[in-house]
Design a protein around this ligand. Structure first.
Ligand SMILES: Cc1cc2nc3c(=O)[nH]c(=O)nc-3n(C[C@H](O)[C@H](O)[C@H](O)COP(=O)(O)OP(=O)(O)OC[C@H]3O[C@@H](n4cnc5c(N)ncnc54)[C@H](O)[C@@H]3O)c2cc1C
Length: 303
């Protein structure tokens, strides 16, 4: 089995990447700098860890790119996987330049044959998918939820690396807890997604309570997060947001523009509730219900 190298900005993010590497027939090898407890956590996902030690005071996490790039060149592995977070995208750019490897973004399907990597990703704001073939290896940024986590029993090893992380020219002068909520929607099996037709922050709260009662999560369209600010940005689905693959997706007051639907296309069962029977999502669902959002929330609240 060939090694597939992985990097991510938090230990927990390696779980999905390790599953992806195995699903592609490879052996997951994680590049990691940070507390040793993080490296131990990653071994629990069945990945071997190349450990670069702690990130020194004053350095930023992206400074690890120099050490990771050396290890990637040494390993000669054609496929390096990461995921779609802002910090990982920054890392990918830094590593790509050092290793002379292209970075392929928002990838929803990937395969590797020798040193040729084939990927599929969205283009034109989600209106089309493009297949690309790259010879000589690539860094692939997977869209969230592309490879769902699975149970693993294997435990990996930690190998200390000769390279250590050194502070670059950008100095870290302080850290502050992020106020905005972050959520990982990729494993939710029930998603209630609210669009502009939901009408009010109070209704969003009702939708959230219904989602939690079902054991699921509330999600939204981009205007709800970026325009109204009724939910955190981490909860919007689509081409520039998160991707979900739930058993059931219920859209309330969601028109169903393509930039949104690319984030929920793989839902097993889609219900659209909209007062307009001609809304695009009504043609993109298993069950369409013409109903006002207020009434729908009352009905769902009694379930
Ligand atoms: C480059 C780019 C990237 C984008 N990326 C994303 C993305 O990642 N995710 C995303 O979601 N969007 C994205 N968008 C925006 C996207 O194009 C749509 O504008 C957005 O998804 C629409 O959100 P919506 O369905 O909430 O609102 P609207 O399109 O305004 O639809 C509201 C719906 O609610 C219905 N409605 C109104 N009142 C009621 C009521 N009382 N009861 C029931 N139904 C009602 C209406 O009939 C309508 O269908 C992007 C746009 C661009 C240009």
């Amino acid at each position: 089995m060939a090694d597939i190298l992985l990097f991510a900005d938090t230990p927990s993010a390696y779980e999905e990447l390790a599953c992806a590497a195995r699903a592609l027939g490879g052996n997951p090898v994680a590049l990691y700098a940070g507390p040793r407890s993080g490296a131990e956590q990653i071994t629990g996902y069945g990945a071997n860890v190349l450990y670069f030690g702690e990130i020194p005071a004053g350095a930023i996490p992206e400074d690890a790119a120099v050490a990771y790039a050396e290890a990637i060149k040494r390993a000669g592995a054609p496929l390096v996987l990461s995921r779609a977070s802002k910090r990982d995208a920054l890392m990918a750019g830094r590593i790509g330049i050092r290793c002379d490897m292209p970075v392929l973004n928002d990838v929803s399907a990937v395969s590797v044959d020798g040193d040729t990597v084939q990927v599929e990703h969205m283009v034109f704001g989600g209106a089309a998918k493009r297949t690309e073939l790259v010879g000589g290896g690539a860094i692939v940024i997977l869209a969230a939820g592309t490879f769902p986590p699975e149970e693993v029993t294997a435990v990996g090893d930690i190998t200390d690396q000769p390279e250590k992380v050194e502070a670059g020219p950008v100095k870290l002068v302080g850290t502050e807890e992020k106020q905005e909520e972050t959520v990982d929607l990729s494993s939710a099996q029930y998603v209630i997604c609210v669009g502009r037709g939901i009408g009010s922050a109070e209704n969003v709260e009702k939708a959230k309570q219904i989602a939690h009662k079902l054991g699921g999560e509330v999600a939204c369209t981009r205007p709800i997060a970026e325009g109204e600010g009724w939910l955190a940005r981490s909860r919007y689905l689509g081409v520039s947001g998160a991707t979900v693959k739930p058993q059931v997706y219920i859209g309330i007051g969601v028109s169903g523009q393509v930039q949104h639907t690319v984030g929920m296309d793989d839902s097993a069962f889609v219900v659209s509730i909209n007062k307009d029977k001609n809304a695009p999502l009504m043609k993109h669902c298993d069950v369409g219900i013409v109903m006002d959002a207020d009434t729908a929330l009352d009905v769902l609240g009694t379930l």
